[in-house]
Each structure stands twice: as C-alpha cells, then as structure tokens.
Design a protein around this ligand. Structure first.
Ligand code: AMP
Length: 551
C-alpha cells in the first residue's frame, strides 16, 4: 500500500469530530486493506504509534532532529521553523509547507509505501551509539526529500506520536470490530491480552472471532493490569457478601514473567523495568517455580518502614549505577495475584488463583504473598484498614473472591479504600522557566484533564508549589526532552506525563478551556506509572466540583 493513500485518508478524516463517523470511516478503510502487514502498520500509524505499547523499541527522534532534517531539505533554520510553528500551529503543517518549497529532491524518485516507511522507522529505532544521530538525520532527510507535501505532514506527526486526528485506542478497537464483523468485547479482550491492536486486527481479518478467542496470554508478553474502583464506603464494599481484604501497599505495580528462560518485569505502563530491579529478578528465580506471570506491588523499605512511593519510581527510572541505588532504596515485592501458571488462569476465580499462587511462590525476606482475609464483617475490614495505615500504607483493597482477572479493566471486582483526600491525576501540557535562582529550572507546570468524548486535553490550571528543589531538577531534565514549542520562558510539552495534584477547591472559571480552575494546586508526585490516557477526565472534575458544593 502506498503511504500516499494512508496520508490522504488521514487528511479526509481530520475534520470529523463524531466518534461514530470516525469509527465507520476507519472501519471502511481497514476492511479494504488486502495485505496483513499493511493492515498491522496502518492500525498503529493511525493512532500515531510506531510500536505497540509492550514493544521496547523507541524512535529516539526529538524535535531537534526534525529541525535539522527539515533544514537539510529546505535551508530553513531552526528559528525560522519555530516562527512558522507559531504561525501555522504544529510542525506537521510546517513540514507540509516546507516540503512544498523544497530545494532538494532525491534523484531517484520512488513512491513511498507503508512497508518502506516501516523499514526506515525500524532502522531509525535500531540505530544507537556513536554516529546514530547523524544516521537518523540522514534517514529523515531522505524521507522528507522524497515525500509529497501531504505525506510530509503525516510523517512528521507520526514521528512526534501525535496524529491530531482524535483517534485513540477505543475508536480503533471499535473500527476493527466493525470492519471484520466481530464483537467489540472480543476485540477488547484480545487487545488486553496481547497489547497489540495491529496483531488483533490481523487476527480478526484472517480468522474472525475464533482467531481472537484463541489469542492467549504468553510468558514474555505483558498483559494490561486489572484496576480498581474507588469504594465510597465500607458498607458498599461488603454489601454483596464476602470480600477478600488485602493491604493497599504504597509502592508501584509490577508484572513478573518467569519461565521458558525468560525473566521480565513490567511496570504498570508496561515498560520493561527488569534491568532496574536486579534484586527482585534474582529473588524470583530463587523463590518462584516457572512458568508463571505474577502481579504485585514493589515497595521501598528502610528500617522496617515503607519509603514514599516516589522512591520506587526513582528505582524504575534508573539505568546507570543500579547497584548504588539498590543500597539506597531497598525493595520488597508483595505478590497478590497470578495470571498464568503453566497455562492461562485469568478466568479462574480469585480464591483459586490465590491457592495456586501459594503453590508457586516460596516466600522470603524480599518476596512475600500479600496477606488476605476473607470476611464480611465491617469491623474486621476496619481493623485491617487501620493496620495498613499504621504500617505506612494507603488503605485496603477489597476484592471479590469469586472474580476472574479482567485485564485492563477498572471494575467492581476490585475496590480500593483510601484515607487520603481526593487528588487529581492531570496531564502536564506546558510550563514556564523560573526566575532568579530558579532560572535554570522549569518551575511551574500547566495541567489538563481529558475530554471523555473527544480525547482532547482541556487545561484546568497551573501548579507551582509542592516541589522540592530535587523534584524540580529531575522534572526539568525529563520535560526538557519533550518541548514542542517555546516562546520566551513559556514552553509547551508533548503530552507524556501525569502529575498527581492536591488542591483546596475546584472553582468554575472562564480562564481555561475546561471551564474549571484549581484553587491552590499543590504537586504531590509524578505518576509516571500512569499513561496519559489514564489521567482524570473532565467528567471526574465536574463530579468532584459537584461533590464539594453538596458538602
Ligand atoms: P490506584 O493507583 O489508586 O488506582 O490504585 C490501584 C493500585 O493499587 C494498583 O495498580 C496497585 O499498584 C496498587 N496496589 C497496592 N496494593 C494492592 C493490592 N493488594 N492489590 C491490588 N493492587 C494493589
């Protein structure tokens, strides 16, 4: 398939805001793709993704590289390109214009196909080390050198992982169902298990519902984690009978894959964090029988007390001097579920899974099975809740003992009961460099929630307090790499990270697109275990606003 066809299709749906219409148009487009490989690539590309969430490869193409490649084909300097972004809105549109005024054309003009683009992208992702920057610029220059204007627009957007089409996973999932006449639920389940909508689309096309149902969990491929809903009260949690009560550990979620010569650990965002946690890997090899997939929480413990959750994430991010960090931030793993034990277990009831968990895990100092009490006594739940809080954890999880493991779902089977005040998890979309002694730091951050229906980001405020100097140093390093636009001290970021923020009150305000503003927002922590799509929605902001006016 020609990339031109894909770019033309993207252009044709750019103005559509109705989810139903978008889904229908994408379904039609997918249905007509004959080649499986093309189908796979189109499904990812249309969401602005080059790799599925579980794949560790990254393009490593920042805005600086794109500027250089565009300069190579047009002679336009970075400053000029930045002016054009201000004028036109995004680098996609700028590339479209620049390529039209191109001074250099590749001699052997060859029409770009989806497969050829995939090859180039894989080559970019696989170049590392010395000379890789140069190689990437050459590859990108080659691409822009032969692209048409429209192709250039969408190549840039793909490289920046933002197609600006309003097409997220939900729409693509429904489009796959529609295109190949299979149920949305079955597509969803296959996706939660494989984490690869491209693969799911190909299975739906080649072998329909049967093929999708046959997709099974595999050791080595991460599975979306089951999530919990907020329990409003103890009473709500026990109204349907017995609950399995566990501490809600204040750490970070991991999924451990062990067996068939594989040991891999994934974070909640399904990033491979194996290398950052060597002591956990070693202990799993010693204490756990293969082949399994375990679900649990790693916590940092010092002098018998849990350290703040932030420290665990610091360990996750660590690539160098891991052993130094192992001493500074010692970890323990509390396992609470098992998804696979020489075969898939997700449809087995929780009570039975716990029994199997005990068979496979031999507890040690570093690996423990989370205690679980089955009860329907409110006093008993309260007692465990207080014990958890006193031990420095967050509260309790109340689980339905008869429930299956539902990957990727936030449902009533798992309820969480926490003691702390409600906070919001918001996407960081911009920021501002500080003044005086903070002039080398991005010291305030602009926040947005998600519009549930369109997926757009709506700003709700700006947070400038609650950070330690150490936080700001780390955040500046992180955010510097994802600046997409700059004007004076003001910067805009690629929406990639989520902050948890506390506030005193939510107010109605015309200042931001959301129609709300946070009074006295305070940074609590970087939730880099959460994906942007998991941030709070405008609906949640409204609910919290209503709640506060009621009480
Ligand atoms: P939240 O992040 O507030 O939505 O709460 C859900 C998270 O609690 C899970 O993703 C886990 O990281 C964490 N958690 C801590 N202890 C448990 C437990 N016993 N069972 C399940 N999740 C737990």
């Amino acid at each position: 398939m020609k990339f031109k066809e894909f770019a033309e299709f993207c252009e044709s749906i750019e103005e559509i805001s109705s989810t139903l219409e978008l889904t229908a148009r994408i379904a039609d487009f997918l249905r007509k793709i004959e080649d499986d490989e093309d189908l796979y690539n189109v499904v990812l590309f249309i969401m602005g993704k080059v790799y599925p969430p579980w794949d560790e490869r990254e393009l490593g193409v920042g805005i600086g590289l794109l500027y250089e490649a565009l300069e190579n084909v047009s002679g336009k300097k970075k400053e000029k390109i930045e002016d054009m972004i201000r004028e036109l809105g995004d680098l996609g549109l700028v590339s479209e214009k620049i390529v039209g005024e191109r001074r250099m054309l590749t001699l052997e003009f060859e029409e770009l196909t989806i497969k050829r683009l995939r090859e180039i992208l894989d080559e970019i992702a696989s170049s590392s080390g010395e000379g890789s920057r140069k190689k990437k610029i050459l590859l990108l220059t080659g691409l822009y050198g032969q692209a048409t204007q429209l192709e250039a627009k969408f190549i840039t957007r793909l490289l920046m992982n933002e197609m600006r089409l309003g097409v997220g996973e939900g729409i693509v999932r429904d489009a796959i169902a529609k295109a190949f006449g299979v149920s949305e639920e079955i597509v969803e389940r296959a996706y939660m298990i494989t984490n690869d909508l491209g693969k799911v689309a190909v299975a739906a096309k080649t072998s329909g519902e049967q093929g999708l149902k046959a997709m099974k969990i595999e050791v080595g491929i991460p599975v979306r984690m089951m999530l919990a809903q907020v329990a409003e009260s103890f009473d709500e949690a026990i109204e349907n009978g017995n609950v399995a009560v566990e501490w809600k550990f204040d750490g970070s979620r991991i999924q451990v894959h062990w067996g068939k010569g594989i040991l891999k650990i994934y974070s909640r965002r399904l990033e491979n964090v194996t290398n950052a946690l060597p002591e956990i890997s070693e202990e799993v090899k010693k204490c756990v029988k293969p082949s399994v997939i375990l679900d649990g929480e790693v916590i940092a413990v010092k002098d018998g007390k849990p350290m703040p959750f932030q420290h665990v994430l610091r360990r996750f991010r660590r690539k160098h001097e891991v052993s130094k960090m192992m001493e500074k931030i010692p970890l323990q793993l509390y396992v609470f579920d098992i998804l696979y034990a020489n075969g898939e277990l997700i449809d087995v009831p929780l009570e039975e899974r716990r029994r199997i968990l005990r068979e496979f895990v031999n507890e040690s100092e570093r690996i423990k099975i989370a205690d679980q009490v089955i009860t329907r006594e409110k006093e008993q739940v309260e007692k465990i809740f207080n014990e958890a809080i006193n031990a420095g954890h967050e509260g309790v999880m109340l689980k339905n003992p008869a429930s299956p493991y539902v990957p990727g779902k936030r449902g009533k089977h798992w309820l969480k009961l926490k003691s702390v005040m409600e906070t919001l998890d918001l996407v960081v979309v911009g920021g501002e460099w500080g003044e005086g002694k903070r002039s080398h730091l991005i010291s305030s951050y602009e926040l947005a929630c998600i519009d549930n229906s369109t997926g757009k980001l709506l700003r709700v405020g700006r947070v400038a307090t609650g950070f330690t100097d150490e936080d700001l140093e780390e955040l500046t390093e992180l955010f510097k790499q994802i600046v997409v636009y700059k004007e004076g001290k003001i910067v805009e970021f690629l929406p990639k990270y989520v902050f948890e923020v506390a506030y005193q009150e939510i107010q109605r305000s015309p200042k931001y697109e959301s129609g709300f503003a946070l009074r006295f927002p305070r940074f609590v922590r970087l939730r880099d275990d959460k994906d942007v799509s998991e941030a709070d929605t405008i609906k949640r902001v409204e609910e919290l606003y209503e709640l506060q006016t009621k009480t």
